[in-house]
Write a protein of this length. Structure first.
Length: 176
């Protein structure tokens, strides 16, 4: 099922964490847990590195979590709020777009792209506390099922030692 140049394998991989560079741990926890409603999975001091291991995940989420990583070197500071060079960084899927969009607006979240409906579902763009761009999505049922099916077929597409996530063409291409 993998494109030419890839091979199928018995290996199973998944992305566990995504690091997000932040200015301050408590400020970031306040936004991601207090405003976005994420769960705080862990907040542990790491004395050897003089850092905290802070992990959050959307409430009810089963997938990857976000490690809130305070910039620890001057060269990391410019990436706070510009993690992906102005592109949308992460997409937050919800089961009720209208409810979540209104809840976030009421909480003062800045939306930079108003809701639009496409064949894959409804989406809007917002900024987090640092300026990183996010997509808020409510995928249509068929698209969500198609994505989950494609993911189960393609999760083993490998190119050398690198796992190629979502190799092949995809019907899901949010216009953000």
């Amino acid at each position: 099922m993998c494109p030419a140049g890839h091979w199928e394998t018995d290996l199973r991989h998944s992305i566990t964490h995504v690091a997000l560079v932040v200015r301050d741990y408590d400020e970031a926890i306040g936004f991601y847990c207090g405003v976005l409603g994420f769960d705080l999975l862990e907040d542990t001091y790491q004395p050897v590195q003089d850092k905290r291991w802070v992990v959050v995940r959307p409430k009810g989420g089963q997938g990857a979590s976000i490690v809130l990583a305070r910039a620890s070197k001057p060269e990391q500071e410019p990436y706070i709020g510009n993690q992906t060079g102005g592109r949308v960084f992460l997409f937050l899927n919800t089961d009720d777009f209208s409810r979540e969009h209104q809840r976030l607006k009421d909480a003062g979240v800045e939306f930079v792209r108003q809701p639009q409906t496409h064949e894959y579902g409804t989406g809007a763009g917002f900024r987090d506390i640092y300026g990183n761009l996010w997509g808020l999505l409510a995928l249509t049922e068929g698209t969500r099922l198609q994505f989950e099916f494609r993911h189960s077929l393609e999760r083993a597409c490998v190119r050398g030692p690198l796992i190629v996530m979502g190799c092949g063409n995809s019907a899901i291409s949010p216009n953000f």
